[in-house]
Design a protein around this ligand. Structure first.
Ligand SMILES: [Zn+2]
Length: 224
């Protein structure tokens, strides 16, 4: 009698184990670029300390502060909504990190995605959000950027300036962090510091922007 049961139970347990492994594997499968079974994103707040980045016309608002506040909010949203994703920050306070050190942090952490947040500036009346990806990079860069931009548009931005490669000054050379990080990456220019409209939107839609960026990252990392 016992033998009959074991003949029945063992294949059942095996089948369940295979099913469970399949579910877990499928959940974690793409794009675990480092192939280590851990979903990890590196979040990068632009500038810091003596490098304020762009400054609002009245001088009261610094890009470095907006970047850090947004990155901290994205970290908190990710931690709350997607606990399976590990988070690495290049900076979590008002310190300056060299560009190569930012890339080293992401590369050494074996991050699967790198997302940098900046805010734009212009001498004219430009406004809106643009996301920069590496030229000719894997499709994952663009998919990541598209997911984030779609969410930000839904949250409410002044203008969709699109997904772009190169830099604002040179279309044939990518931003340093896009060039030197080994994983899919993007650099978000989250509105213009020089636009009152964008600054008001940044403040009023702050939580929605953070959630949109977190959701975009999760969508790129987690394949259901
Ligand atoms: Zn910047």
């Amino acid at each position: 009698m016992e033998r009959k049961w074991s003949k029945f139970i063992i294949p059942c347990v095996c089948a369940l184990a295979v099913l469970a492994a399949g579910i877990i594997f499928n959940h974690l499968r793409v794009p675990d670029y480092r192939n280590d079974g851990i979903l990890r994103v590196c979040l990068d707040a632009g500038h810091g300390a003596d490098d304020p980045g762009a400054v609002s016309p009245d001088g009261t608002r610094l890009e470095k502060d907006d970047c850090l506040a947004m990155i901290i909010a994205v970290r908190d949203r990710l931690a709350a909504s997607y606990p399976e994703i590990e988070i690495v920050l290049t900076r979590s306070d008002d310190t300056f990190i060299e560009l190569d050190d930012r890339c080293d942090i992401a590369n050494k952490a074996r991050a699967d995605l790198f997302v940098s947040v900046h805010r734009n500036s212009a001498s004219g009346s430009a406004s809106g959000v643009e996301i920069w990806v590496p030229s000719g990079g894997p499709r994952a860069d663009k998919q990541l950027a598209e997911g984030i931009l779609k969410g930000l548009i839904n949250a409410g931005i002044s203008e969709d300036r699109g997904i772009r490669s190169g830099t604002s000054g040179n279309p044939s050379s990518d931003y340093y962090v896009n060039r030197h990080t080994k994983m899919p990456s993007c650099l978000i220019e989250l509105g213009f510091m020089t636009s009152d409209t964008d600054n008001q939107l940044f403040d009023s839609n702050f939580d929605a922007y953070a959630q949109a960026i977190a959701d975009g990252i999760a969508a790129a990392l987690i394949t259901e």
